[in-house]
Design a protein around this ligand. Structure first.
Ligand SMILES: [Zn+2]
Length: 95
């Protein structure tokens, strides 16, 4: 039984997991988590479980998008603002 009675937002998504590449000699890999329900995609490193949101091409999104997406439960459909969120790339001058 969970202490707070709430499911972590991460666990509400229906993840399809794919290994993208090995990123270090120590054996760490990068994984792609794609939700079958809402279509959001995250990348995660296996070494330290660092997680960030990416667009459909695997480009990192801004930290604010990553934080917000990580805090939201799955809507079971693409959210209205997701297309705009995917334009906020991590390295864009708009951040
Ligand atoms: Zn989802």
């Amino acid at each position: 039984m969970q202490s707070d009675g709430k499911m972590a937002p991460w666990k509400t998504h229906d993840w399809k997991v794919r290994t993208l590449e090995s990123i270090s000699p120590g054996g760490g890999s990068r994984l792609a988590f794609t939700c079958r329900s809402c279509g959001r995609i995250f990348n995660q490193t296996t070494i330290n479980s660092r997680t960030w949101a990416v667009d459909s091409g695997g480009v990192a999104l801004s930290d604010s998008v990553t934080l917000r997406w990580l805090g939201e439960s799955c809507l079971r459909r693409p959210a209205d603002g997701d297309e705009d969120d995917r334009k906020q790339l991590k390295n864009s001058p708009m951040e």
